[in-house]
Write a new protein. Structure first.
Length: 181
């Protein structure tokens, strides 16, 4: 095994910074930079939100959950460039799968989710979850109605119960507003 601080081409000492950078996967480093830029822009967006009066904040400011999610994405993005080095030590080549083209269902799924996001304000949270729970399994090839329907009812109901009833988080009613009050 070669010394990671040595430059194999000319045998000169590359030094610790070059050895460190040599272990980073360049593609993943670019993806990480894009993810960090998007997270920074979205974090900044949360600083522009109006403050909520204490009586309506439910003890948690509206910026809390988006910032927790962004923080998790940042942590995972920072680990991404090191994944190849770790996988290489395990005897796995992550670039092998990258040589394959992205399957069309990926784009169809993305378009379906974008459509749900666009319709979200009109549909409301509950109907958007039901639509996603019906649409995604069908797009991915599930044809058994007896599997899809219970999932499309039980999962959104459980999410609604945990957040609305348990955590007292108010969901956007959308089309269901006349029935939800």
């Amino acid at each position: 095994m070669s010394d990671p601080t040595r430059n194999d081409a000319d045998g000169k000492d590359a030094g610790p910074p070059a050895a460190f950078l040599g272990r980073l996967h360049r593609t993943d480093l670019g993806i990480t930079a894009v993810l960090l830029a998007v997270c920074a822009a979205l974090w900044y967006e949360t600083t522009t939100w109006d403050t909520v009066p204490a009586i309506l904040s439910q003890n948690i400011p509206p910026t809390f959950f988006p910032r927790v999610l962004l923080g998790c994405i940042v942590v995972l993005a920072l680990m991404l460039p090191f994944e190849s080095a770790h996988a290489e030590r395990q005897g796995t080549d992550l670039d092998e799968d990258r040589r394959n083209r992205i399957k069309p269902i990926t784009y169809v799924t993305a378009l379906g989710l974008i459509a749900i996001v666009v319709l979200f304000e009109w549909l409301g949270t509950d109907l958007s979850m039901v639509l996603a729970c019906v649409l995604l399994p069908i797009l991915w090839g599930e044809r058994r109605v007896w599997v899809i329907l219970p999932f499309a009812i039980v999962f959104p109901a459980a999410v609604h119960w945990v957040f609305v009833e348990g955590l007292q988080v108010h969901f956007l009613p959308g089309l269901l507003e006349p029935w939800l009050g």
